[in-house]
Design a protein around this ligand. Structure first.
Ligand code: 13P
Ligand code: SF4
Length: 305
């Protein structure tokens, strides 16, 4: 089977087997083409709930499939490749958070969505890169313990000076590899280009950007802008998608380091195997885990709009 034939088979199988395919924007273009919905972590969380299908295939990383399961416990949720985990989501455990809570008893615990379901059970509110500022602005607590991504936290702090933050020094191993020296080099190579970056990048990178936002936010900004040249400071798939959708514009990757091996674990063959049922992992969570992890996720949905 060539790529086109496999994609046709996937389209046929998803109808036949009542599957909705959710695809994170970091997936490759051949997977994006068979998606029912492509988006950032926030959009993906909400889409599964409204999907009429009984089965959801998440092409992304494990925490995304877990959030979908918590929000849609009656659906069968599958992860496209069992090896696709987000290293940031493994940086802190539930027990670590309980220890932090002892140290900062008057702080609300705000966790980035890139965390395990177990960890979410001891948090007050979940945020994503596209919703963090809006949610924490509305969240009543003044003192916030922001985990695990201190870079995202730093960017949020900058926009909410009325709040007091404590951070854990975690972060994304892919985005944190980019430095101010990469920005200087890219700007020299592409003078006049706008710099669009994900808030998981270090502050020294974020502070130089013309736009900071989620994967979907970056794509929307670039598509709408009347500028022609863009330096993209997030996973390289976004450059591919943008170049495909806007052939008259130019997109340059900020650093060759911006490749997330975990997001790239999923291939079109994995999607095909999941739909045939040959190899697939169903997300299984106890009722207790679903209910307890759902509380801070529902807070996110309530405040995030
Ligand atoms: P988004 O919410 O922007 O899709 O971010 C998810 C992620 O893992 C980025 O590295
Ligand atoms: Fe996790 Fe970073 Fe990959 Fe996003 S890019 S999935 S935060 S490792």
């Amino acid at each position: 089977m060539n790529v086109r034939e496999m994609q046709d088979e996937i389209m046929r199988l998803k109808k036949e087997n009542d599957f909705c395919i959710l695809v994170h924007a970091y997936q490759s273009h051949d997977i994006v083409e068979v998606a029912d919905y492509v988006g950032d972590s926030y959009g993906l969380s909400l889409k599964a709930k409204e999907a009429p299908q009984k089965n959801i295939l998440m092409c992304g990383v494990r925490f995304m499939a877990q959030v979908v399961k918590s929000l849609s416990p009656d659906k069968n949720v599958y992860l496209s490749n069992s090896m696709a985990g987000c290293p940031m989501a493994e940086q802190l455990t539930r027990e670590d958070v309980l220890r932090f809570k002892e140290k900062y008893p008057d702080h609300a615990v705000c966790a980035y969505i890139n965390t395990t379901s177990e960890l979410k059970t001891v948090c007050d509110v979940i945020v994503t890169s596209s919703s963090a500022v809006e949610i924490l602005k509305k969240y009543p607590a003044k003192k916030i313990l922001f985990i695990p991504d201190c870079n995202l936290g730093r960017w949020v702090q900058e926009q909410l000076p009325e709040k007091e933050f404590e951070f854990y020094s975690g972060g994304c191993p892919t985005h944190t590899r980019v430095t101010a020296a990469d920005v200087e080099k890219a700007k020299k190579e592409h003078p006049g280009a706008e710099l669009l970056v994900h808030p998981e990048c270090r502050w020294e990178v974020v502070k130089e950007a013309d736009y900071v936002g989620s994967t979907t936010g970056i794509m929307a900004y670039a598509k709408k802008s009347d500028k022609k040249d863009f330096i993209i400071g997030t996973e390289q798939a976004i450059v591919q998608h943008l170049q495909f959708e806007c052939p008259d514009k130019n997109f340059y990757l900020l650093s060759e380091e911006l490749v997330c091996k975990n997001m790239k674990a999923t291939t079109l063959v994995d999607v095909y195997n999941c739909l045939t049922g040959k190899i697939r992992e169903e997300i299984v969570m106890s009722d207790e885990l679903i209910n307890d992890s759902l509380k801070p996720i529902e807070k996110m949905v309530e405040l995030g709009g």
